[in-house]
Design a protein around this ligand. Structure first.
Ligand code: ASP
Length: 575
């Protein structure tokens, strides 16, 4: 039926007779006069009931339909977009009543996350959640429009499939028709998208659900959404970067009206680790680390000399204005450094000369050189740490972010995007085994091919991440498109020919029958929308998320199933 939208009524509608339908958002009962704020998807407008007995029965979240006349409001409410008008109600229909609510779906919700998720249908009625759902729709629409215009087509890939190699645990689905066998839910469409390329689909994308059965750390979900993309005849990542910069800029503009500067800077992995101590550096602020090994290792301080002898480094993290920190504050920073893995932290400050407890060991001249290399000005502090490179870089990197946040050095409203490139192809696992840094289908750099077997850790990959404000937004690579090289990589990873055939035979066959060079990327869509919405958790931008233990309080999943269902699947529980 015809109806007007609450949030759209303005002064120009005064005098019109309107039909409105929605939820009772607030009731103020003054006896002969009842004021009701009526809410629908477009917003809220004030209704006035005069001498209407049913109006007294109305409560929060009842669903009603009214007709009435738009009038100017006696006391306009500038906080409301419809605040200049109100609707004098002539007819009222109560379409549905609501019992007392477990919480009020208002801006500030005073309920635990568990309760919010259990009554998600109430929680989602909040203006903020409605805004987030709409924003998410805008983002996916903008993605589809942009990529379609660039000749990409969206192709769906199976949810019931074989185990995929993204390195997490699989969710398994038992097969009824083949008892004892299982499907795995895809951790990503990686192999299917590569097979699509082998199938003549030259530009593929998909907004797709992925499943990883991990212990849920802070902001993970067992199922999450990815923008997955792949292109044939792609050999140079730069081609992909410019296309994706266009995509990302388009989405930012459409979704939140922000114009990003393109191209985004490219930062080699090594440099990111050296300057920011992270492969997803937050580039909204400086606080760049400096390597001081060559200056400080030979300077006569034992800790530094020993660290260097063991192949380690000495690095400094500058803190502008930090010279005025109290001893207690310095102690607290040192404590954070220790929590991040450092054995200790030293300092140097510039305040009418350079001062540091190190002075008696290394002398004034060396300190002055250190201060100069770190670019310190009067009033600045430099935190110094020594040890294994990875540990020092990461720990100072964590401190960098923590201190920037605590000291208000992170500019708000700023977007700093960058491509991180030249990652190593492999890393060592905790047990000292070679593992893919990204995944085993990533192409090594051509110039490093001769070292694949002899010195694998020096091999670089044709892979790249897109980072935004210290968050990894997307990750991808140029793929291996020759079967021989793929088999060679499997072998280095300890996957022998039999295992390779068993797990990936279907994929190796696809590569064998004429696979074009190709590459692609995947964006974490939930994270992207979260950032655009200014939220701190992806749960705020997923309609029906799970809790930190992977449960869905709304439906009660995961849940027991009937004995008969288990019998059909030939499954016996051993709890
Ligand atoms: N499959 C990868 C992932 O899900 C992304 C890619 O390499 O395209 O992380």
């Amino acid at each position: 039926m015809r109806r007007e939208h609450c949030g759209e009524l303005r002064e120009k509608n005064v005098g019109q007779r309107v039909t409105l339908a929605g939820w009772v958002h607030a009731v103020r009962d003054l006896g002969s006069l009842t004021f009701v704020d009526l809410r629908d998807g477009s917003g809220v407008v004030q209704l006035v009931f005069r001498e209407m007995p049913e109006a007294h029965t109305l409560g929060r979240e009842d669903v009603i339909r009214v007709t009435g006349k738009v009038r100017p409001r006696e006391k306009p409410n500038p906080a409301l977009t419809t605040g200049a008008v109100e609707v004098t109600v002539e007819t009222l229909e109560i379409l549905a009543k609501s019992p007392p609510l477990p919480f009020l779906p208002d801006e500030e919700v005073k309920a635990s996350e568990e309760t919010r998720l259990r009554y998600r249908f109430l929680d989602l009625r909040r203006a903020r959640m409605q805004r987030n759902l709409r924003l998410r729709h805008k983002v996916t629409l903008a993605i589809r429009q942009y990529l379609s215009a660039q000749g990409f087509i969206e192709v769906e890939t199976p949810m019931l499939t074989r185990s995929t190699p993204e390195g997490a645990r699989d969710f398994l689905v038992p097969s009824r028709l083949e008892p004892g066998k299982f499907y795995a839910l895809p951790q990503s469409p990686q192999l299917f998208k590569q097979i699509l390329i082998c199938s003549g689909v030259e530009k593929y994308f998909q907004i797709v659900r992925c499943f990883r059965d991990e212990d849920l750390r802070a902001d993970r979900q067992p199922e999450f959404t990815q923008l997955d993309l792949e292109m044939a005849f792609l050999e140079d990542p730069e081609e992909l970067f410019s296309l994706l910069e266009g995509l990302v800029a388009h989405v930012f503009r459409e979704a939140i009206g922000v114009d990003l500067a393109v191209p985004f800077p490219r930062l080699p992995y090594r440099e990111a680790m050296l300057r920011y101590g992270s492969d997803k550096p937050d580039l909204r602020f400086g606080l760049e680390m400096v390597d001081l090994t060559d200056l400080l290792a030979p300077a006569g301080f034992k800790v530094f000399a020993e660290a260097a002898q063991r192949g380690g480094v000495v690095r400094g993290l500058p803190l502008p204005g930090g010279a005025h920190l109290t001893r207690a504050e310095l102690n607290r920073i040192e404590e954070s450094g220790k929590n991040a893995g450092l054995s200790g932290l030293l300092w140097l400050k510039v305040e009418e000369g350079v001062h540091s407890p190190l002075e008696k060991h290394v002398g004034e001249g060396v300190l002055a050189n250190v201060a100069a290399r770190a670019g310190l000005a009067s009033g600045d502090l430099l935190l110094l740490a020594a040890g294994p490179e990875q540990t020092v870089a990461q720990a100072l990197g964590e401190l960098r972010v923590q201190l920037a946040r605590e000291r208000g050095l992170v500019p708000q409203g700023k977007w700093a995007l960058a491509w991180i490139v030249d990652f190593p192809l492999f890393k060592l696992s905790a047990e000292g085994r070679l593992e893919s840094e990204h995944h085993p289908f990533t192409s090594p750099k051509d110039e490093d091919l001769p070292f694949l077997e002899t010195d694998p850790l020096r091999v670089h990959a044709k892979c790249y991440d897109l980072v935004v404000n210290g968050v990894e937004l997307a990750s991808g690579s140029i793929r291996i498109h020759r079967r021989e090289l793929q088999e060679r990589i499997f072998k280095i990873l300890g996957i022998g020919p039999e295992e390779a055939e068993r797990r990936f035979g279907f994929f190796l066959r696809a590569l064998a029958y004429g696979a074009p060079p190709h590459g692609g990327i995947a964006f974490g869509l939930d994270r992207w929308v979260m950032m655009l919405a200014g939220e701190n958790s992806i749960r705020e931008v997923i309609a029906f998320p799970k809790t930190a233990t992977g449960a869905c309080p709304l439906t009660g999943a995961p849940a027991e199933v009937d004995e008969a269902q288990l019998r059909e699947l030939r499954i016996k529980l051993d709890l």
